[in-house]
Design a protein around this ligand. Structure first.
Ligand code: PMP
Length: 432
């Protein structure tokens, strides 16, 4: 495969853009380095790169593109918004319409606020939870990603009784000391952390279904115990549904799981591919937000007409009959095929899947938390990734990422993908 133009553009990008990429997850450092592929065009389930190569895309832009690239209904919505003026700095009726749609889809959102990214949404839920409870600390779960604001770039301490340490240069020790990180799916550790930090804990923040160390579902009863333990302690429960909202069904993971948080942060899919974030929850909590309450949050671009119209259009597409059934059907076909390949090769691998999202881990053990996901062999993944890319299958360049299906993928795409995966496994086996 000729990728000379991507290589040239990457060199140029490195001269002007730090690291050559505008988000570190786009770099190929974790998969052996080299130039990331520069895409020219996306169409349905496919990408076309700057050298004219075609790929089946499983990145889905890290989640938002559930309808496939350049879905006509969303494209029209963006065009219409652009023609009417892209930014007003005044309220528009599109904001009301979209807020109503979200509330109808996710009943725990008694009031919402639009922001511009998942990072902002989560960051603000934490501030609001602190304003509501008058407490400072938060508890989160190891391996969950909640954006790049200071408070959530904090690594676990040595146990539930230990405060976190900065997970990025520039995050202060003081900020890290506000965060306790415990293992996902481990109610006992959460209980211990709450017992230790008690009335200091404003909120427990969790991805109800994890999307950031692969797709990892909560064990039966785990989220119920998060609610019980947090509430008994007077702490709020915040769901980070930036990946999960509208991913597995029309609504949030909370609809699917039947567990209700006090506040929810969203992003990705709800913008139909344009920048967006939103947060919402119980009205008595949300009323702490300015201009009604003392917790400040604002945004020049927040609720902009293009993001609103794209989000509305995306949700309209997702309301159509059969959308989630199609994603589940294709997800199952992909999972079954990959399992067959795994069982007929000696490469250690396992799969977690929920509906149209799956992760292939290169470990023979099941994965139910970050500590187990970490066991996935990054070197094996890197080889697999490169072999798939060479065959026109575009995955995220990280062993932790999900493969996201879109409604544009077809059974034929899955067949092609499985053929490529089979070849990749066979070659990897021969090379060992
Ligand atoms: N929370 C979760 C669960 C996410 O997956 C992400 C992004 N991957 C974020 C928050 C941050 O969202 P954004 O990149 O839009 O700031």
């Amino acid at each position: 495969m000729n990728t000379a133009t991507s290589e040239r553009l990457y060199k140029e990008a490195e001269e002007h853009i730090v690291g050559g990429v505008n988000s570190p997850s786009r770099s190929y450092r974790a998969v052996g380095g080299g130039a990331p592929i520069f895409m020219e065009k996306g169409e349905g389930a496919y990408f076309y790169d700057v050298d004219g190569n075609k790929y089946i895309d499983y990145l889905g832009a890290y989640g938002p593109i559930i309808t496939g690239h350049a879905h006509p209904h969303i494209t029209q919505a963006i065009q219409k918004a652009a023609e009417n003026g892209v930014l007003f700095g005044t309220p528009t009726k599109l904001e009301n319409q979209f807020a109503k749609m979200l509330k109808e889809a996710i009943p725990s959102l008694e009031k919402v606020r639009f922001v511009n990214s998942g990072t902002e949404a989560v960051m603000t839920t934490i501030r609001v939870a602190r304003a509501y409870t008058g407490r400072d600390k938060i508890i989160k779960f190891s391996g969950c990603y909640h954006g790049h604001s200071d408070l959530v770039l904090v690594a676990a301490g040595s146990g539930p009784a230990t405060l976190g340490s900065p997970d990025s240069a520039g995050v202060t020790k003081n900020i890290a000391s506000e965060v306790i990180t415990v293992p996902f799916n481990d109610s006992e550790s959460l209980k211990q952390a709450l017992e230790t930090w008690g009335e200091d804990v404003a909120a427990v923040l969790v991805e109800p279904i994890v999307g950031n160390f692969g797709i990892v579902e909560p064990k039966a009863g785990f989220l119920e115990s998060v609610n019980e333990l947090a509430h008994a302690n007077g702490s709020l429960v915040i769901y980070d549904e930036v990946i999960t909202a509208f991913r597995f069904m029309y609504g949030g993971a909370q609809n699917l799981l039947g567990v209700t948080p006090d506040m929810t942060a969203m992003g990705k899919i709800i913008g139909g591919g344009l920048p967006i974030g939103a947060y919402g929850g119980r009205v008595d909590i949300m009323e702490k937000v300015a201009p009604l309450g003392p917790a400040y949050q604002a945004g020049t671009m927040a609720g902009n007409p293009a993001s609103m119209n794209a989000g509305i259009a995306c949700l309209e597409v997702l309301q159509q009959d059969g959308v989630y059934e199609h994603l589940d059907l294709l997800g199952k076909k992909l999972e079954d095929g990959l399992r067959e390949i795994i069982s007929s090769h000696s490469i250690p691998a396992t799969i977690n899947r929920l509906k149209g999202a799956l992760t292939l881990f290169f470990t023979s053990h099941k994965v139910s938390n970050y500590e187990e996901a970490e066991q996935s062999d990054g070197k094996l993944f890197a080889r697999f990734f490169q072999k798939m890319l060479q065959q026109g299958i575009h995955l995220a360049p990280s062993k932790y990422e999900a493969w996201f299906l879109t409604i544009a993928h077809t059974e034929k795409d899955i067949d092609e993908t499985l053929l490529a995966a089979k070849r990749a496994f066979s070659e990897m086996e021969e090379e060992v």
